[in-house]
Write a protein that binds this ligand. Structure first.
Ligand code: SAH
Ligand code: SF4
Length: 346
């Protein structure tokens, strides 16, 4: 078992909880009841778990906890997008974003405090790397927001697109994925989970084989030279040719499993020539391309292309038969859009 903190019950699966309850001389069904309180009802306070005996609740409260983080504050944009800043037990701060749609909502969560890959266009990368998040800290973001919103039945997608590179924290990610899908908890279908990655090739291929989650590949460049400029950390470790080769043998279990993310940065990767080069690079790979005009943040020195240039880039790809979507920024007013999460408290 890879979870370090066994006193945080949110990161234990039902088998592990049952084992712990056996040690406490409690029957297995009590462990399942606790699991439901935590993973279905988003309750952290043992005293509210009214179908457990008072003495069990007291013993749990004395030695255990549920979720090691707190909401420090929440900011809401006019369209309802809500950014949460969480503080962790060691005072690190991370962020997650609530994204409402007409009939459901998505949650965009962080997998690391900071990020070691230092992409030039990303505020998280600019903040440097602090540490990996534990499974309890990743799940805690989801359940604290669901508790506040009181509408878990409308949870659409969980997006690993917040701070950090999820595939550099893959053992905790695996644990989170299996807990999210537990039928006694959120019972979230893996197809409703999107793991966004800068392309950690071995972990990407392994996870694609063993789960049915969707993947967003942050490609962001049509060739290694431009990628090196924008994504120096990722390109050094997993160069573009290796990533493209991996995408060619990517297991395809259903349509829409693979998305290519491409942040357009003015004067760097936004020309028609880049669009044509990108299409050539992706030839034979079945994937939708999502274009994202660069979201600004203080100090990046980069800007977004004009809308007409974004549309032109899209046209080049569409005319080659590619499915292309332009992602509109959500929550830019509160620095909650893609790449703006830095968890710097002002
Ligand atoms: N580390 C992972 C997941 C977090 S970043 C990854 O890189 O995929 C999530 C997405 O935001 C990525 O697709 C990334 O390319 C995009 N992004 C980062 N900074 C951005 C910015 N300033 N404007 C728009 N998109 C950005
Ligand atoms: Fe890290 Fe992703 Fe930001 Fe790059 S885009 S610095 S990989 S979080």
């Amino acid at each position: 078992m890879d979870t370090k903190d066994t006193t945080d019950l949110i990161s234990l699966n039902r088998e592990e909880l049952r084992k712990l309850f056996a040690e406490l001389e409690e029957p297995a069904f009590r462990a399942d009841q606790l699991f439901e309180w935590v993973h279905r009802k988003h309750i952290r306070d043992f005293s509210a778990m009214t179908n457990l005996s008072l003495s069990l609740r007291e013993r749990l409260a004395a030695g255990y906890r549920v979720s090691p983080l707190e909401i420090r504050r929440a900011l809401e944009a006019p369209d309802g997008t809500r950014k949460y800043v969480f503080v962790l037990a060691d005072e690190e701060t991370i962020e997650a974003v609530f994204l409402p749609e007409p009939d459901y909502f998505s949650l965009c969560v962080s997998s690391q405090a900071g990020c070691p890959l230092a992409c030039a266009f990303c505020a998280t990368g600019g903040r440097g790397f602090r540490r990996n998040l534990t499974a309890a800290e990743i799940l805690g973001q989801i359940h604290l927001i669901l508790a506040e919103r009181a509408a878990a039945d409308r949870l659409g997608n969980v997006l690993f697109m917040g701070m950090g590179e999820p595939l550099l924290n893959v053992s905790e990610l695996r644990r989170v994925l299996s807990l999210l899908s537990d039928p006694r908890g959120l019972a979230l279908s893996p197809r409703k989970i999107v793991v966004s990655t800068s392309g950690v090739v071995p972990e990407l291929l392994a996870l694609a084989e063993e789960t049915n989650v969707r993947f967003a590949i942050s490609l962001n460049a049509p060739n290694p030279a431009i990628r090196k400029k924008l994504m120096p950390g990722a390109e050094t470790k997993y160069p573009l040719p290796a990533l493209i080769q991996a995408l060619r043998k990517f297991p395809r279990n259903y349509p829409g499993r693979l998305m290519i993310e491409y942040v357009l940065v003015r004067g760097v990767n936004d020309s028609e020539a880049s669009a044509a080069e990108l299409e050539k690079l992706l030839r034979g790979i079945k994937a939708r391309v999502n274009l994202i005009a660069h979201n600004p943040f203080p100090g990046s020195g980069l800007t977004a292309p004009e809308k007409s240039r974004v549309l032109r880039f899209q046209e080049v790809l569409i005319s080659a038969g590619r499915n292309v979507f332009i992602r509109e920024p959500r929550g830019a007013e509160i620095q909650a859009a893609c790449g703006q999460l830095a968890a710097v408290l002002k």
